[in-house]
Design a protein around this ligand. Sequence first.
Ligand code: NAG
Ligand code: NAG
Ligand code: NAG
Length: 526
Amino acid sequence: MRTLAIILVAIFAVNVQSARILGLFPHTGKSHQMVFDPLLRTLAERGHDVTVVSFFPIKNPPANYTIVSLEGLAAQGVETIDLSYFDSQNKLLNTLGIEKVIRQILDFQPLADMATGICSNIVDFVPLANAMKKSYDVILVENFNSDCMLGLMHVHGLKAPYISLSSSAMMQWSADRIGVNDNPSYVPLVSSEFTSQMTFLQRLENTILNVYYKTWFRYAIQMKEKAIIEKRFGRRIPDLQEIAKNVSMMLVNTFHSLNGVRPLLPGVIEVGGMHLDHSRKPIPHYIERFLNESEHGVVLFSWGSLIKTATIPKYKEEIIVNALSKLKQRVIWKYENSNEEGTLSGNILKVKWIPQYELLQHEKVIAFIAHGGLLGMTEAISAGKPMLIVPFYGDQMVNGAAATTIGLGKAISYADMSEKSLLEGLQSVLSPEMRMSARRASKIWQDRIADPLDTAVYWVERVIRWGHQDPLHSTSKDMGFIEYNLLDVAAVILLSFVFLILVLRIVLNQILRLFGAGTSKKEKLH
Ligand SMILES: *[C@@H]1O[C@H](CO)[C@@H](O)[C@H](O)[C@H]1NC(C)=O
Ligand SMILES: *[C@@H]1O[C@H](CO)[C@@H](O)[C@H](O)[C@H]1NC(C)=O
Ligand SMILES: *[C@@H]1O[C@H](CO)[C@@H](O)[C@H](O)[C@H]1NC(C)=O
């Protein structure tokens, strides 16, 4: 029996030793690609034949790793965000309480132009078309602001099962394609600043925006990309939402003990921490000396790879410098306009580019001022260092709220930032209590059945072995609104009640009439 099983497995399973894997990453944010690269590299090192289409080709690719570079098809997103954009707050909208809602909606607008712009360029890109003409055992596609690649996969007749990769928590439009519950009563949107426990007004906002974003993604992106592909290839293709529903599995860059608990499915795998490189690369000499010579430890300060720190308004920079110079700790600040060997003033060393995870793991680094990007937050929790989060856009608000909930840190507003709020925030983050709770959060976060990268590799290979024979989604993805929400069932139950009450009333009336007739006869007899 056992031998038979082994033979059957050998016959039906694709040879997973050297599968052909295609990775499609049409987004220009460098931090997104940084999450996926270790997985793609590891798959190639395990003997798979990996082809990667990306704006950020890796250096020193291993054997069997083919690069199709999208460089030049769109501007890459590194240090492109101007801080003056975040400075003005509209006082009127703020008093109405809708400033943050409007800001959220406006923040997402550029993602539509970015997606359709890139889609218009890649439909004509010959190296991509050539890569898509080959056959594959599995396809990995980033699930962010575009489904253009899904349309192209259809056009080129790629039939392999596909896995979607997300560098953040699930986007607002992702849950429906695999049928995972995203009930806005307790699942906060990735763009919100909520946790799973919301007040009435927060649930109202979370619900309205949930519907808004799904509709926006459909009309501002999916339909336009479909039109672009149809125009280019001169034929109709299925709705991109329908192709999207063929997703076999989703790898999501979260872990419940950091990002909060939400319902999952067998096909939604949390691999937060998969990008971490545990190899401990050396820290530049001048930075190491600065660390070594610090008496009270060092606070690391970085607003990530997208924000250009040098665009900070003068008065804001003064607020920050004044607050930081009151600390007894030293500060390392990631700041593009600084000298090769760093620019030192007082206790602050400005550095062009920091080896962030190496520094966070250094014993002298005791806290992290960050923008709440998920990569930095993942590195901080892994290293057990408390954070002061100043969120700007995207998922940073929801990340700040999550870090606060688990005692990893505190979040303060950038628009209302004052010397006082910054200093108070820093004092609370540097307190022994917060440093201890960050270490505890780190231990809980690290306690897993397997390393996140190994987990991701296992699930990709599992999909290669079984594909559509092993469904991991929920069938609810194909249900209509009425069936899914049981509105038809509720209607029948309601009607049955009404019917029952009517019948009971008639019966009761009859009984009362008989009874009444009886008593009146008796009365007459007296
Ligand atoms: C490269 O892939 C082929 C199959 O496509 C496989 O036979 C070979 O062992 C792989 N090479 C390496 C170095 O992994
Ligand atoms: C979904 O996948 C199945 C199985 O490979 C295929 O038959 C079907 O055409 C796909 N649907 C769409 C809309 O691509
Ligand atoms: C910093 O301290 C460590 C450990 O004491 C030492 O190994 C290293 O050489 C020092 N580095 C510098 C640049 O002083």
